[in-house]
Design a protein around this ligand. Structure first.
Ligand code: NAD
Length: 261
């Protein structure tokens, strides 16, 4: 399997799933722009890719701001060459706050990052990919993009939105060489709750949810364990490969059977 030729942009590449995907794409030969709001983690990802013999560049950006996304993709193309792959992994959790407790500020920030941020990055990447007639977009949705119980209403609505965005873009651009797919992880051990608390600041709700609760994780997951970063990264790398040219609009679950029930 070989990655589609070109550079890659990975939003949220400074931690967890985004970092694992950035490292996998770099190992597959793609120069990778690691785009993240929090620069410390992004610096570590860039260093790890360099230490493994790959090529990476850091771009600090907030994906919920169009100017930042525009600047980030432009910098990636300038420094690393024509864009082949976009992975939207930047995201935050709503702490599973129920609707009657969820503040308007948290609703707006979760939707702005998870959904609007994904749209902004897709839109900007398409401007690079469509003239070349080739591209791979992988949106990191979630099981919360397919069913309830994987988050609170803001997170669940945002991830259902990402799945809808993925399907619509896939249809629109299917004949132009650009595939658009989503991956839907179940429970993966990352710093999502800590990073979400930090990014939401004073607005942050208590971070409840399946991720920090072994019994709840086992109750929802037939496999009885969390998924690994490597398992998620391999799925994303497949969707970014040249061989996946006929796969578009797909939602690939990596969830230990959660949504098979
Ligand atoms: P993480 O916190 O380890 O990584 C998310 C990264 O996104 C962080 O580096 C964070 O700084 C960055 N980020 C957040 N807001 C940003 C913004 N506005 N602009 C740029 N960067 C921003 O968490 P993770 O679990 O690796 O999450 C990655 C993606 O996977 C998210 O979209 C998350 O919703 C999704 N996901 C996670 C799980 C899980 O169990 N961990 C399951 C399903 C889906």
């Amino acid at each position: 399997m070989s990655l589609l030729a070109g550079s890659a942009v990975v939003t949220g590449g400074g931690s967890g799933i985004g970092r694992a995907i950035a490292e996998a794409l770099a190992a597959g030969g793609a120069p990778v722009a690691v785009v993240d709001l929090l620069p410390e983690g992004a610096r570590e990802t860039v260093a790890a890719i360099g230490a493994a013999g790959g090529r990476a560049a850091l771009v600090q950006a907030d994906v919920s701001r169009w100017e930042d996304v525009d600047r980030a993709v432009a910098a990636a193309v300038r420094e690393l060459g024509p864009l082949g792959i976009l992975v939207n992994a930047a995201g935050i959790l709503d702490g599973y706050a129920p609707a009657d407790e969820l503040t308007p500020a948290v609703w707006e920030r979760v939707l702005a990052i998870n959904l609007t941020g994904s749209f902004f990055a897709c839109r900007r990447a398409l401007a690079e990919m469509l003239p070349r007639g080739a591209g791979r977009i992988v949106n990191v949705a979630s099981v919360a993009g397919l069913v309830g119980s994987g988050g609170g209403p803001a997170y669940t609505a945002s991830k259902h939105g990402v799945v809808g965005l993925t399907r619509q873009l896939a249809i629109t651009y299917a004949a132009q060489g650009v595939t658009v797919n989503a991956i839907c992880p179940g429970v993966i051990a990352t710093a999502l709750r800590a990073n979400s608390t930090r990014i939401l600041g004073a607005d942050a709700p208590v971070m409840r949810g399946v991720g920090g609760d072994d019994a709840a994780m086992r109750a929802l997951t037939p496999a009885g364990r969390r998924g690994t970063l490597a398992e998620v990264a391999a799925a994303a790398a497949y969707l970014a490969s040249a061989e996946a040219a006929y796969v578009t609009g797909h939602t690939l679950v990596i969830d230990g059977g959660w949504t098979a029930r």
